[in-house]
Write a protein that binds this ligand. Structure first.
Ligand code: CP
Length: 316
């Protein structure tokens, strides 16, 4: 197996197909390991991981915390409202101070696209991108691929439809890059105002669709996205009711997908807007499996980047 050289995880764009498969395989190992064996492994015993979340989060922040603790690390959480950023401290100074506290890894969520990339070249700690603006959310795409692979076995040739506010979605972008690298056909769909102009530029297997029904037809996976109101410059949909009627996933629309199609959503869900609650809670839904998978995937990521950070520091 080729050695792992990334001391940071900044985006799927930086990973090779082999890197992605390696993380998925290592996540499988953590996922399947009995809880007592995980506890005894303590591969990050004595290490410090700091979660710096300058945007709200339930799933990502909590699962990074659980992942770090399961590996035996000390995990500290910092939120924007209680940090000295509110007193004018810069992001870079924040990161440098955390490094001075001997943080081995800093897990960063930030509203600005590129923020993790910027700080990564100014610190000896490993930086893990937990979502930067509308740019990337690499661990979400990894956990999504993990769940798809567990449900569908082979990924190559599968059809994954991603529908909603694609324009502002870091999840859609990371998924298109990752799934494309694994030979999946990715169909992006949403209202014209919420679609990027160059959706196909995300990869040779990516296609843009205007009609939701056409995008869902024959799909193996239907992934729904929330409208990111926090990133909208102004009104980009006529009304929520009309949006739900045109782009909301109902049992009727889901019936166009393959009979064994799975339904995914990165969360948080806006029930009755992008997804009918009966579909979100129905037999095809793997939404909570995604949350569960997040812990094993983040364990694999933390173990890998901290080991690469050790190797880098030994030679730097
Ligand atoms: N999927 C996701 O990023 O959810 P949170 O915003 O709750 O972390």
């Amino acid at each position: 197996m080729p050695s792992w050289s990334h001391r940071h995880l900044l985006g799927i764009a930086e990973l090779t197909r082999e890197d992605i498969l390696r993380l998925l395989d290592e996540a499988e190992r953590w996922f399947d390991l009995p809880r007592d064996d995980v506890k005894n492994a303590r591969v990050l015993h004595g290490r410090t991981i700091v979660n710096v979340f300058f945007e709200s989060s339930t799933r990502t922040r909590t699962s990074f915390e659980v992942a770090g603790k399961r590996l035996g690390a000390d995990v500290v959480n910092i939120a924007l409202q209680t940090s000295s950023v509110t007193k004018g401290e810069t992001l870079l100074d924040t990161v440098r101070n955390l490094e001075a506290l001997r943080a081995d890894a800093i897990v960063l969520r930030h509203a600005a696209s590129g923020a993790p990339h910027f700080v990564s070249s100014h610190t000896r700690a490993s930086i893990v991108n937990a979502g930067d603006g509308a740019h990337e959310h690499p661990t979400q795409a990894l956990l999504d691929a993990f769940v798809i692979r567990r449900n569908k076995k082979d990924l190559a040739g599968r059809v994954v439809t991603i529908c909603g506010d694609v324009l502002h979605s870091r999840v859609a972008r990371s998924n298109a890059l990752l799934l494309g690298a694994l030979g999946v056909e990715v169909r992006l769909c949403g209202p014209r105002t919420l679609m990027p102009r160059e959706a196909q530029a995300l990869g040779p297997t990516v296609k843009a669709f205007e009609r939701f029904e056409a995008a869902v037809e024959g799909a193996d996976v239907v992934m729904m996205l929330r409208i990111q109101t926090e990133r909208l410059a102004g009104a980009m949909i006529a009304s929520t009711r009309e949006y739900a009627r045109t782009f909301g996933l109902s049992a009727r629309t889901l019936a166009l997908a393959k009979p064994d199609a799975i339904v995914m959503h990165p969360g948080p869900i806006n029930r009755g807007v992008e997804i009918d609650p009966r579909v979100a809670d129905g037999d095809h839904s793997v939404i909570l499996d995604q949350v569960e998978a997040g812990v094993a995937v983040r364990m694999a990521v933390l173990e890998r980047v901290i080991a690469a950070g050790d190797a880098w520091r030994a030679t730097a």
